[in-house]
Design a protein around this ligand. Structure first.
Ligand SMILES: Cc1cc2nc3c(=O)[nH]c(=O)nc-3n(C[C@H](O)[C@H](O)[C@H](O)COP(=O)(O)OP(=O)(O)OC[C@H]3O[C@@H](n4cnc5c(N)ncnc54)[C@H](O)[C@@H]3O)c2cc1C
Length: 499
């Protein structure tokens, strides 16, 4: 007789912002469901526990990066990493989710059996090294979108002869000392623009070395409207009002960027000009070659980046690296940058589904051959949802909606006795497109490993919160594309075994 593995109604993979949120939704909307959250690392928090570099912070506001069900109460809208981690941990505790998290459990694969209407999940215990198996009726992937064991760094020539220290922000630890040092931060994304002002105070000098410029937008760290609204209204109402205000502003900026790129460019440039000294070479350092929102925009709180550029404690060089030398970097222009510490803020290495291999009825799932359904399930893959946030707005906005949808789906299946729900694309007029339409290097490097999206609903990823409210919160579950089946699946023991 085959060994019986522990069964749970839902297995959530990943205990970051998304996994904890998924647990909270299950607790409140599907209280009868058994579930566990499997987390590869030794603690919860994901991104907000991993990243420890100076100044680490959100680059969108916490009224929309926070959960819909739990108001963000701190003064700063653009919050530092430790505050966000605290918020995630407190939410997990308050909703009773922390007890469901099993740390040290890396999920390596999952195999669906239609005969049994369940997933068998293979887990590597990162603490003991043993392999364990669990089974579940629904798999909820909350694994984020990048590799935890490696960041992305190009192969720069000459690194072996450099006498200073090279650090990737993903692996920053307390023993990296930047005080009094000449620092070069390589990169121009969110991490670089965070690191530069955060280190400029104590460093001898910080140079941000960028291959090409990004759009940089200054926003108040504290939202004055939010602070007034919060003073006069109850927390939940105030949160909801400010959340909607920020959703609408973000959507407006995105739509304006896509429909009137020239107007948006002019607006951003005006903002930059107003914060830098007269004569600053904006064309070289702040005029990207692409349109706003063709790549993620960089947000700086209270113009902190512009401040350190203006007071001379930091500078920008726009050039490419020819080679590392013993004492720093030689650039393609011939210029030499002396450095004691080089921080390679060159990005993340994207990976879909936490690197897990899926199989359905004995056949391996090839992700690039699948198509995203409502941006949260995959064609041909039953009983599985993926919590993936927006690229043009806060991650959690979409994840909350995905959780609502999953809870609705689970209840619907229970009510009708369905044990299987599989997105099936039977519409020949739907054409394939890449999952994300950003032109950023980190997206282009990895996009071939990701599922595809379709040219129209429900296969299209609109990256639009208002539209997703209609589709995910109110949309019909039985829409023809999501196929419900397997009423007669072999009955197997569904009692949870001891962990
Ligand atoms: C520095 C930084 C700043 C950011 N700022 C913002 C921002 O301001 N706004 C915004 O919207 N987004 C931001 N993001 C994106 C950010 O990652 C998301 O907002 C959000 O934190 C993602 O949460 P998550 O739980 O989906 O993924 P993660 O935070 O990546 O957590 C995933 C968890 O799953 C675990 N896991 C992965 N694979 C497996 C597996 N196979 N088995 C078991 N466990 C697994 C990981 O260990 C991790 O704990 C930022 C990202 C970074 C790196």
């Amino acid at each position: 007789m085959p060994m019986a593995h522990e069964y749970l109604d839902v297995l959530i993979v990943g205990a970051g912002l998304s996994g904890v949120g998924a647990g909270c939704h299950l607790e409140t909307r599907c209280p009868g469901k058994s579930y566990a959250i499997l987390e590869a690392r030794a603690s919860l928090g994901g991104t907000w526990d991993l990243f420890r570099y100076p100044g680490v912070r959100s680059d969108s506001d916490m009224y929309t990066l926070g959960y819909s069900f739990r108001p963000w109460k701190e003064a700063k809208a653009i919050a530092d990493g430790p505050s966000i981690l605290r918020y995630v941990k407190e939410t997990a505790r308050d909703y009773g989710v922390d007890g469901k998290i099993r740390t040290g459990h890396r999920v390596v694969g999952a195999s669906w059996s239609s005969a049994e209407a369940r997933w068998t999940v293979e887990v590597e215990r990162t603490d003991t090294g043993e392999t364990v198996h669990l089974t579940c009726g629904f798999l909820f992937m909350c694994t984020g979108y990048y590799r935890y064991d490696a960041g992305y760094s190009p192969d720069f020539p000459g690194t072996e002869r450099f006498q200073g220290q090279i650090v990737h922000p993903q692996f920053w630890s307390d023993d990296v000392d930047h005080a009094g040092k000449r620092i070069v931060v390589v990169g121009s994304g969110a991490t670089a623009v965070t690191l530069v002002p955060a280190m400029a105070d104590t460093a001898k000098h910080v140079t941000m070395l960028q291959r090409s410029p990004s759009y940089v937008l200054s926003l108040p760290a504290e939202d004055p409207i939010a602070n007034v609204v919060r003073r006069f209204l109850p927390p939940k109402l105030a949160y909801s009002i400010v959340r909607w205000k920020n959703v609408l502003v973000t959507m407006l900026v995105f739509q304006l960027s896509r429909r009137r790129p020239s107007a948006m460019k002019a607006l951003i440039r005006k903002g930059v000009e107003s914060r830098l000294p007269p004569g600053y070479d904006i064309d070289t350092h702040f005029k990207p070659r692409y349109n706003p929102w063709d790549q993620r925009m960089c947000l700086v709180p209270d113009g902190d980046l512009f401040e350190v550029l203006s007071d001379g404690s930091a500078s920008i060089v726009t050039d490419t690296i020819d080679t590392f030398t013993e004492t720093g970097l030689r650039l393609s222009s011939g210029e030499e940058l002396e450095a004691d510490l080089v921080v390679t803020a060159t990005g993340l290495d994207l990976v879909p589904l936490g690197g897990m291999q899926l199989a359905v009825d004995g056949r391996d799932v090839e992700l690039p051959k699948t198509m995203g359904y409502k941006g949260m399930m995959l064609s041909g893959v039953p009983n599985m949802a993926v919590s993936i946030g927006y690229t043009n707005a806060s991650w959690t906005l979409k994840c909350d909606l995905t959780c609502e949808y999953v809870c609705r789906l689970l209840k619907h299946m229970d009510e009708h006795g369905y044990r299987q729900a599989t997105p099936e694309n039977n519409d020949p007029s739907v054409t394939e497109e890449p999952f994300i339409d950003f032109t950023s290097g980190y997206v282009l490097r990895a996009i071939d490993k990701f599922p595809r999206q379709g040219s129209k609903a429900p296969w299209r990823l609109y990256q639009n919160y208002a539209r997703d409210i209609v589709a995910l919160r109110h949309g019909k579950l039985e829409d023809g594309a999501l196929v419900f089946s397997n009423r007669d699946a072999e009955a197997v023991a569904t009692e949870p075994l001891a962990a």
